[in-house]
Structure formats: structure tokens, C-alpha cells
Ligand binder design. Structure first.
Ligand code: 13P
Length: 251
């Protein structure tokens, strides 16, 4: 049995005051014991969140990390080793906003994934197709390539200590959600691609769905056999809504 995970990606949101408010709300939540819950604040707020959630079983991760694992001369970047020392346990790798807006490519993401694992961080590899790619019938090809680039360079075994998030770009922040069946179909293909290399790794890895998940659609999505939880954007900025999504994963 895979333990479900629900993670909140706060993206570039938050002020000291709004983060304090969110921490307070999270602290008051009754969270299901069978679900791993995590939040990904901006770098600036990681420390505040780790301190504020002390004693609460919510993991904290970063939304990005450097291609080099250890601190050094790399202006503007944050090393995975620095994140680990601060108390982070997870890091997002390859969110579509970073692929598309910042221009991160597979080569960079392979390095980031490896650097994160070298410091004991769990990478959450984000993959997903654009609307144009879906409409051209290329969803599985695109997602398969994004996943395949990591498998090819680092080996399938790295997914024994990683999480994968399928986030169709057209569903992110748009209010459009993949239907449970659409998401399940891609998740099943991702697991099959891993299983072709190593069935134990494929059965163990958590596959999260992301893209306009809310409390209202979470139960149905999380009910699918290959959906092991969610990566939540907008709805994770509201503690009560996020709590309801976490509880949906516990059912
Ligand atoms: P939304 O939940 O706001 O669509 O964002 C999803 C996402 O990108 C999480 O990483």
C-alpha cells in the first residue's frame, strides 16, 4: 500500500503576515494520520514555516534548488545541502512554470534531481503536457520523454526515493481539471513506464496529480487506483480548503 501524499505548492505567494496566518490555520487543522502532508513555501519563508510548524507533522520543501548539491560560488541559487540543513525534506524539480517561464530543460533537471538526492532530499519530479500537445495526441509521448530523461541518465532506482507529480499544464491555475479518468490514464502509463524497468520501484512510487485540485474534486481524483495524492497550488493557500483536500486523501 502506498501512503498518500498531499503537498501545497505556494508558488511566489506570501508575505510575512500572510504566511503567519497560513501557519496558524495549518496548525489548527485535524490532519489524517495516514497521509503525508507537505508545503512548499518560497525560499524566503521556509525558515518561518519550519519554525511555525514545529511539532506538527507537516513536511516542508523548496520549490527549486541548485544544480550543485553543495554550497559554493553560484550566485542567486540555493544548494540542496543548505535546504536540508534548514530542515527541508523535499524539493520540487521541473515544475512547468520553471520549464516554460524560466526555460529549465531536461539536462538541468537531471542535475537538480541528482543534486537533491545527494543531500537526502526527496525530489518531486513534475511532468505534464500543454494543451497543444494534448490536442495533438502527444500527452503520453511528452510525459514519457520527461520521465524517460531522468531514468536514462540516473537509472530507474532513483524513484525509490522520489515522488512524481503529473500536472497537465492546461489544468494549472485554470480551473480546468483533468477528469479522474484522464488523470488515471496518464498515471497508469507513468507507472507502466517505470514497471518496464523495475516493477518494485513502480509499485512503490507515489504519483500525485496536480492542476486545479480543490476539496470538491479531490475525493474523485484520489479514488483512482494510480493517483496517490495531489500537488495543490491555489487551494493550498487556504488552510481549511487544504485540510479538506488532505482529508480526502485519507479516505
Ligand atoms: P493549481 O492547483 O493552482 O492549479 O496549481 C497546480 C500546481 O501547479 C501545483 O504545483
Amino acid at each position: 500500500m502506498r501512503r498518500p501524499m498531499v503537498a501545497g505548492n505556494w508558488k511566489m505567494h506570501g508575505t510575512r503576515a500572510s504566511v503567519a496566518e497560513l501557519i496558524k490555520g495549518l496548525g489548527n487543522l485535524a490532519l489524517p494520520s495516514g497521509v503525508d502532508v507537505a508545503v512548499f513555501p518560497s525560499f524566503l519563508h521556509i525558515n518561518q514555516v519550519i519554525d511555525g510548524l514545529e511539532g506538527k507533522s507537516i513536511k516542508v520543501g523548496a520549490q527549486n534548488a541548485a544544480v550543485e548539491s553543495k554550497q559554493g560560488a553560484l550566485t542567486g541559487e540555493v544548494a540542496p545541502s543548505q535546504l536540508a540543513e534548514e530542515g527541508c525534506s523535499l524539493v520540487l524539480v521541473g515544475h512547468s512554470e520553471r520549464r516554460q517561464i524560466i526555460g529549465e530543460n531536461d539536462e538541468t533537471l537531471i542535475r537538480k534531481f541528482a543534486a537533491a538526492q545527494a543531500c537526502g532530499l526527496i525530489p518531486v519530479l513534475c511532468i505534464g503536457e500543454t494543451l497543444e500537445q494534448r490536442e495533438a495526441g502527444k500527452t503520453l509521448e511528452v510525459v514519457g520523454h520527461q520521465l524517460g530523461s531522468i531514468i536514462e541518465k540516473l537509472g530507474v532506482g532513483v524513484f525509490a526515493k522520489a515522488v512524481i507529480a503529473y500536472e497537465p499544464v492546461w489544468a494549472i491555475g485554470t480551473g480546468l481539471t483533468a477528469s479522474p479518468q484522464q488523470a488515471q490514464d496518464v498515471h497508469a502509463a507513468i507507472r507502466a513506464q517505470l514497471a518496464a524497468e523495475n516493477s518494485e520501484v513502480a509499485q512503490g512510487v507515489r504519483l500525485l496529480y496536480g492542476g486545479s485540485v480543490k476539496a470538491a474534486n479531490a475525493v474523485e481524483l484520489f479514488g483512482m487506483p494510480d493517483i496517490d495524492g495531489g500537488l495543490i497550488g491555489g487551494a493550498s493557500l487556504n488552510a481549511d480548503e487544504f485540510g479538506a483536500i488532505c482529508r480526502a486523501a485519507g479516505n
